[in-house]
Design a binder for this molecule. Structure first.
Ligand code: NAI
Length: 287
């Protein structure tokens, strides 16, 4: 008998992992959040605290809900502490080798044979992560959007090996439990949203690189001219330039389409650790 998911694990306490932990805890689920170091786990905890405080200020939740959500999240640096989880969502850096290793380790750690191992990857084939485990039918992509507490969408990506039961349980979790809306996408680099969005972001970076216009003017063009809530350079900073570069590389490797090729400026900014909002500077500066 497959039970309703109550115990969730999240690997990676960065921008996305902390958001996924927060929405899960706000939905009443018990959450264990892991990262590689105490500092990274603590940074995730503080990100969650700030986000919950914002939700209180905006009258989305009360103070008691905030405190209860915080209490439902335990942070650790040990993957072993995920052993009793019914669903684990991996949200570490977009690196196939590292993710594959984590999936192989996780597969050894989890007790429940029905547990689902999910990835929040933006572009790495789910089938490759599944193949690193002995439970490929219970591996799926559950792809959230940034900021997780705000954006409604979750893409569900079953691989060729994922069972329908796993997809259904993941859909129930995302919609029934977290109150998100889902779209299903095939296991192709970029899925639906990034396959459309990333070439647009890369085009904007090429415009700045080629001196067509400043980052501010490109962004103002799209905000004021097309009613986008945010321009492409500010959005790139928010996503993280290292993540965009990694996603573009995966999509280019998959499709060999030049519109997915990362421009040299993006590569140089990543080399220089100008990663956007998370590092304090990208196309813009952040206090
Ligand atoms: P991030 O750089 O903010 O956070 C990554 C975290 O993973 C860091 O705290 C790092 O210490 C941790 N980490 C690295 N290796 C680890 C390991 N072996 N075990 C445990 N923790 C480890 O990255 P972000 O933006 O949260 O992205 C994470 C994933 O989510 C990537 O796969 C990315 O493609 C995907 N994603 C990102 C979105 C975005 O807008 N940034 C949107 C949707 C998906």
């Amino acid at each position: 008998m497959v039970t309703e998911i109550q115990r969730v694990g999240v690997i990676g306490a960065g921008q996305m992992g902390s958001g996924i932990a927060e929405v899960s805890a706000r939905a009443g689920l018990d959450v264990v959040l892991t990262d590689v170091s105490d500092e990274a786990a603590e940074a995730g905890r503080s990100r969650i605290r700030k986000s919950l405080d914002r939700a209180v200020q905006n009258q989305k939740i009360g103070e008691a809900d905030r405190d209860a959500a915080q209490e439902r999240i335990r942070t650790t640096t040990s993957l072993n502490e995920l052993h009793d989880r019914e669903l684990v969502i991996e949200a570490i850096a977009e690196n196939e080798e590292v993710k594959t290793k984590v999936f192989a380790e996780l597969d050894q750690v989890i007790d429940d044979p029905e547990a689902i191992l999910a990835s929040n990857t933006s572009s790495i084939p789910i089938a490759k992560l599944a193949a690193a485990t002995k439970r490929p039918d219970r591996v799926i992509g559950i792809h959230f959007f940034n900021p997780v507490p705000v954006l409604k969408l979750v893409e569900l990506i079953p691989s060729l090996l994922t069972s329908e039961q796993t997809t259904q349980r993941a859909a129930d979790f995302a919609t029934g439990r977290l109150g998100k809306e889902t779209v299903r996408a095939q296991d192709r680099a970029g899925f639906v949203v990034n396959a459309l969005l990333v070439p647009y972001l890369l085009s904007a970076i090429r415009m700045v690189e080629g001196g067509f216009a400043t980052a501010e003017d490109v962004d103002n063009g799209m905000v004021l001219g097309c009613a986008h809530p945010m321009g492409p350079l500010r959005l790139s900073d928010m996503v993280g330039l290292d993540t965009i570069k990694a996603v573009a590389d995966s999509m280019y490797a998959e499709y060999k389409d030049p519109s997915y090729a990362a421009p040299p400026l993006l590569q140089r900014m990543v080399d220089a650790k100008l990663l956007g909002k998370k590092s304090g500077k990208g196309f813009y500066e952040y206090g």
